[in-house]
Write a protein that binds this ligand. Sequence first.
Ligand SMILES: [Zn+2]
Length: 296
Amino acid sequence: MAEANHISALLKFALGEDRFPIDVGSVAIEVSRHRFPDSPIAQVQGVDIGGFDGVLKANRDRSKWLIAYSNKVQSEGRKRYTISHEFGHYVLHRHLQYSFSCSASDIESGDHGQRNIEAEADRFACNLLMPLDDFRCQTEGEVIDFDLLGHCADRYGVSLTAAALRWIEIAPERAVLVASRDDHMLWAKSNDNAFKAGNFFATRKDTIELPQSALAHSALGSHNTRAQLSPAATWFMHEPDHVKVVEHVVNARSYDYQLTLLLMPDADSQYPQHDDGEPEEDTFDRFINNGQYPVR
Ligand SMILES: [Zn+2]
C-alpha cells in the first residue's frame, strides 16, 4: 500500500487531477527505470496466451522484466488492472520469484483466502488505480448504486467489479459484494463492519446458493428491477427480523456473472437506544412496518 501510495503521490504531483485513468503500462516502465535501473520493466505487451490473464517474467540474469497480458481479455478495464497487478508483483515480490502467472481468479476477485502475494498485488493495483482520497470525493454524499459505481469504473478505467470492491472498503455501513452464476455464489467479499457482525459467506469452503428471493436468482425470471429492500434474515439467518437489507444487482459485463451489493445499517446504529434499553422505531422502519415500501 505504501509503495502504491508513493507512486500515486508522484503522479498527482506530475499530472494533477487529470491523471485518470492511469496509463499504468507507461508508469510501470518509467518508474522501474528510475527506481530500479539495474532491473527495470523493459516491456509491457499483449500476447496470445491462454489460461492466464497476466504474466510477469524476468530474463535469465534478471536484468530486465516483462509484463504480458492476455489479448483474449476484451475489457480495457481488466487489462489495465492486470498490468497494475503484475506491476505490484514486480515492486513487492520480484525478489521471491522470477516468474509470476496470474489467472482471473488471482486478479480482481474477492476470493483470496491465504494466497497472500495475490492479495498484496491486488491491493497495490487498487491503490494505484483508485486512490482512496479521490474515490471518496466521487462518492461521498451520493446515493450508492451501480450507476454511481459505474461512473467510478469509467473514471479510473477499471471494471465495475474492481470499483465495487474498492467502494465497499470505504462504505459507511455494512456492505457485502456477491458474485454469482447459475444461482450460486462464485465469491463474496464483506467489508470490516459486515465481517465483524458475522455477515459473510464462506464461499471457498462451501457451495452456497443464493436465497430464492434474491434479485439475482433465476426463480424470479427475467426482470428489470435492479434494487429491492428485503429482510436481512433472508441472506443472514442470525439477523433479527427488524433489520432490512438493500440489495442492488447488475450484470458484470466483462465477466459472465452477476454482482449483488448488499447494504445494511451498522449493527449498533440500527436502533437508537433509550435509557431503559428499549429500541426506538425509526421513521424508515415505521414506513416498512406499515406496508408502505418506498418506490425505488
Ligand atoms: Zn498475481
